[in-house]
Design a protein around this ligand. Structure first.
Ligand code: OSB
Ligand code: MG
Length: 380
C-alpha cells in the first residue's frame, strides 16, 4: 500500500506539568510540544509527537531546531512522494542529513500511524507487537532531600508501579538511593538515572551504588560515550543501561561489543523512529540484551507510540510509561492513558493506528503556533 502524504500540519502546544521535573541537566515545568498531523491523498490522518525539549540539555535538538529541520529538509522528502514501504521512510529522511533524529522520528512515526490506519490495524501489531499489556515504571525527578524522594517513591509503589527510577546527580545520589531502598525493601525494582552527570573520576563513588542492588544504573557518563562506560561497567556489579549514547544501531552494537552496558533504554524519538527502534530491539534480542521503552514526558500522542513499541517481545523490563494523570491535569487524547493496579498499561488493539482519539478542539485551544506543509509549499 502506497504512502502518499499530501500535508503535514505542525502545531506547538503548551502543556503545564503537574509538578516540575528535574534531571541532572535541567528542569522543566511546562512542556512545549510539537505535534504532527499527517494526511495522505485519501484523507487518512495520522498523528505523532516530536520529543525534543525546549532546551538542548538532553540531546542537541530542541523543539525549535526540530521544527526547522522538519520544515526545511525533512518534510519535503516525504510530501507528495509515493513511498512504497513505511519501514523505508527513515532511510529517505536520513540520506545526507546528519543528526536531527527527533525531527526524523516525528515524521517517521507519524507515517507508521498513517500506514496502520490505511490497513485498519493497530500500530502495535503493524510494528510486530505481541503483548496486550505492558509493564510500567515511574521516573521520579531529583528532589530537594531524601525524605521528599522517599515519600514520592512510596506513593508510586503503592499505586502499582513495577519499577521505581530515581534521577540522581552529584550531591543527590548515594544517600537518596539508600533512603529509598531502605523504605521500599530489597525486592522492589529500583534503579537510578544520572543523565550523564558523572565522569570516570567518580568511578569509586558510583561503585558505592552496588550496595543497593539496583536493577540498573542509567547513563552515568558522557552523553555519547561508549568507551568509558565499559571501564565503569567492569568495576560495577550493577548493570549499566545506556540511554543518550544509543543514537542508532551501530552504537547499540558498540555497546554490546565493548561491554559498555547490559541493557538499553530505547526511545524511538532519540534513534529516529520505529524502524531503527525495531532494528536495535532485534540486535539486542539476538545478544540477550533486554530493552525497555523510555519516556520524554510525552503527551498522550507520544505515549501511544511508545506503548505500541513496548508491546514488542524483547521489551522485557518495565518502561517509563506513566499514565496521563501523572503528568497533566488533562491529556489531549481520549481515553486518557491509565495504569491498572498491577502496574500494567493496556495496549489498544481494537482501533486502527495509535488507538486513542486525538482531541483536536483541545489541541486548538492549546496551540501557540502552527504551520501547514504541503507538497506545493508552506502555508501559515
Ligand atoms: O533520561 O529518561 C530520561 C525525561 C526527560 C529527559 C530525559 C529523561 C526523562 C525521563 C522521563 O526519565 C520519563 C517519563 O517520560 O516519564
Ligand atoms: Mg534516561
Amino acid at each position: 500500500m502506497n504512502l502518499r502524504l499530501e500535508r503535514i500540519t505542525l502545531r506547538e502546544i503548551r502543556l503545564p506539568l503537574k509538578e516540575p521535573f528535574r534531571i541532572s541537566s535541567g528542569v522543566v515545568s511546562e512542556r512545549r510540544i510539537c505535534l504532527l498531523e499527517l494526511t495522505d491523498a485519501e484523507g487518512v490522518t495520522g498523528w505523532s509527537e516530536c520529543v525534543a525539549g525546549e532546551l538542548p540539555n538532553y540531546s542537541p535538538e530542541t523543539i525549535d531546531t526540530a521544527w526547522h529541520a522538519i520544515r526545511e529538509w525533512l518534510a519535503p522528502r516525504v510530501l507528495g512522494a509515493g513511498i512504497e514501504r513505511v519501514d523505508g521512510v527513515f532511510a529517505l529522511l536520513d540520506h545526507n542529513v546528519r543528526g536531527h533524529n527527533m525531527a526524523k522520528a516525528a515524521i517517521e512515526m507519524g507515517c507508521w500511524d498513517v500506514a496502520a490506519r490505511q490497513r485498519s490495524v493497530s500500530l502495535s501489531r503493524l510494528l510486530g507487537g505481541t503483548r496486550d499489556r505492558v509493564v510500567t515504571g515511574i521516573s521520579i525527578g531529583i528532589q530537594s532531600n531524601p525524605a521528599a524522594l522517599v515519600q514520592r517513591a512510596r506513593a508510586a509503589y503503592e499505586q502499582g508501579y513495577r519499577k521505581i527510577k530515581v534521577k540522581i546527580e552529584p550531591g543527590s545520589d548515594i544517600e537518596f538511593v539508600r533512603a529509598v531502598r531502605a523504605e521500599l525493601g530489597s525486592s522492589v525494582h529500583l534503579m537510578a538515572d544520572a543523565n550523564s552527570a558523572y565522569t570516570l573520576d567518580d568511578l569509586e563513588h558510583l561503585a558505592q551504588l552496588d550496595e543497593f542492588n539496583l536493577i540498573m544504573l542509567e547513563q552515568p557518563l558522557g552523553r555519547d560515550d561508549v568507551v568509558r562506560h565499559a571501564k565503569l561497567q567492569a568495576r560495577m556489579t550493577t548493570p549499566i543501561c545506556l540511554d543518550e549514547s544509543i543514537t542508532d544501531v551501530d552504537r547499540a552494537e558498540d555497546m554490546i561489543a565493548l561491554k559498555s552496558g547490559r541493557i538499553i533504554n530505547i526511545k524511538p524519538g532519540r534513534v529516529g523512529g520505529f524502524a531503527v527502534s525495531k532494528a536495535i530491539h532485534d540486535v539486542c534480542q539476538r545478544n540477550a540484551i533486554p530493552v525497555w521503552c523510555g519516556g520524554m514526558l510525552e503527551s498522550g500522542i507520544g505515549r501511544a507510540h511508545n506503548v505500541a513499541l513496548a508491546s514488542l517481545p524483547n521489551f522485557t523490563l518495565p518502561g517509563d510509561l506513566s499514565p496521563s494523570s501523572r503528568y497533566w491535569a488533562r491529556d489531549i487524547v481520549t481515553p486518557e492513558w491509565t495504569m491498572d493496579g498491577d502496574g500494567m498499561v493496556h495496549v489498544p488493539l481494537d482501533k486502527p493506528g495509535i488507538g486513542v482519539a486525538v482531541n483536536v478542539d483541545r489541541i486548538d485551544d492549546l496551540t501557540v503556533r502552527s504551520e501547514v506543509l504541503s507538497a506545493a509549499g508552506v502555508a501559515v
